[in-house]
Design a protein around this ligand. Structure first.
Ligand code: NAD
Ligand code: UDP
Length: 335
């Protein structure tokens, strides 16, 4: 009998690569599709040889058809770092809207269940704290974050409209700031930035006065929440997935300096336009609908795991550079 496949769009990215691994561990056949704009095949190296895994280089704004039985689609494809999504804002908006449309069409024709990785950014710069799913948000539609925020809001609308109009079995998770291994060191988001700066003895670049808050969730907790959402009977019901532990960016900087044992200083840069002042999830809905789901990994534990990942990455990079240098120097010992 042909195995049903799960498609992970954005599968070479930070979250996508962890999700692919989780689905393979569950015995599923997994196809990652990704245009590699911010993701990397390195994130898939540990699973690339699995016989249940395939990778297709693909841009989800192009029509997608597959001669396969597909039972699950996860739409994670979209740059998530402000640095990247603001560099190509038109592409960002189209990826969320047109890309979601393409994948929803695929889901409709395959009668597959489909999940959208939406975001806490749908709440914009929120006027209420913490944010519940019933809060409609405070988004500047003409600002520099709009390509991402409004793109995801439109994608949510499409996911709800496909459910209403065609009966498509859709899921929506609103992800709050998530971090962990497989984030790229040049990603631009605050945790990879601070860790790389601290490990290299560079100043940590805090935007604004650092009093703005975020709530950081470790990747394993998110993957558990996504898996539970996909398996639950929650058509077109947005679910917040985040860790309610809210901290200021200043506190985060000091914590990372302490955990890395770094002597780095902190420098202050201007706060970017529309940078949300506060962000904290109300996870009551997730906890009650997802079998008591709640984040389990503390910030310190998650940061230590992530710091170790970045240390290993630096070591691998240094080994590779050393090997290249050794090959390129004639008569070098061992060549
Ligand atoms: P990421 O940048 O590491 O991953 C995104 C992946 O999508 C990359 O591999 C990229 O190459 C791919 N991609 C982008 N545009 C594409 C396109 N048009 N066609 C095919 N592939 C494309 O980011 P991430 O943190 O892993 O985020 C994954 C998803 O989760 C995104 O949709 C993001 O909006 C959402 N999200 C993430 C967070 C977070 O804190 N990490 C928070 C909220 C929402
Ligand atoms: N930030 C910072 N220094 C950096 C990168 C980000 O102070 O080097 C701030 C950023 O201005 C925001 C917070 O950290 O207030 C989280 O930024 P990130 O880009 O990680 O995510 P988002 O703003 O999308 O929540």
């Amino acid at each position: 009998m042909e195995t049903l496949a799960a498609i992970v769009a954005g599968g070479a990215g930070f979250i996508g690569s962890h999700l692919c691994r989780r689905l393979l561990d569950q015995g599923k056949r997994v196809i990652a599709v990704d245009n590699l704009s911010t993701g990397s095949l390195d994130n898939l190296s540990a699973i690339a040889s699995s016989r249940n895994f395939d990778f297709i280089r693909y841009d989800i704004t192009e029509p997608l058809d597959m001669d396969l039985k597909v039972h699950e689609i996860y739409n994670l494809a979209c740059a998530a770092s402000p640095l990247h999504y603001q560099a190509q804002p038109v592409r960002t908006l189209l990826t969320s809207v047109l890309g979601s449309y393409r994948l929803l069409e695929l889901a409709r024709h395959k009668r597959a269940r489909i999940l959208l990785a939406s975001t806490s950014e749908v709440y914009g710069d929120p006027l209420v704290n913490p944010q519940k799913e019933g809060y409609w948000g405070n988004v500047n539609p003409a600002g520099i974050r709009s390509c991402y925020d409004e793109g995801k809001r439109s994608a949510e609308s499409l996911f709800c409209d496909y459910a209403r109009q065609y009966g498509t079995d859709t899921r929506i998770v609103r992800i709050f700031n998530t971090y962990g291994p497989h984030m790229a060191s040049g990603d631009g988001r605050v945790i990879p930035n601070f860790i790389t700066q601290a490990l290299n003895g560079f100043p940590l670049t805090v935007n604004g006065d650092g009093s703005q808050t975020r709530s950081f969730m470790y990747i394993d907790d998110l993957i558990e929440g996504i898996a539970r959402t996909m398996d639950a009977d929650l058509t077109a019901i947005p679910i917040n997935l985040g860790n309610p532990g809210e901290i200021t960016i200043n506190q985060l900087a000091h914590t990372i300096i302490r955990l890395t044992g770094s002597r780095s200083e902190i420098v202050y840069n201007p706060l970017p336009q529309d940078d949300p002042r506060r962000r904290c999830p109300d996870i009551t809905r997730a906890t009650s609908l997802l079998n008591a789901w709640t984040p389990c990994v503390t910030l310190e534990k998650g940061l230590n795991l992530t710091i170790n990942y970045f240390k290993d990455l630096t070591l691998k990079h240094n080994h590779a550079t050393h090997a290249i240098n050794a090959r390129s120097i004639p008569n070098h010992a061992g060549v």
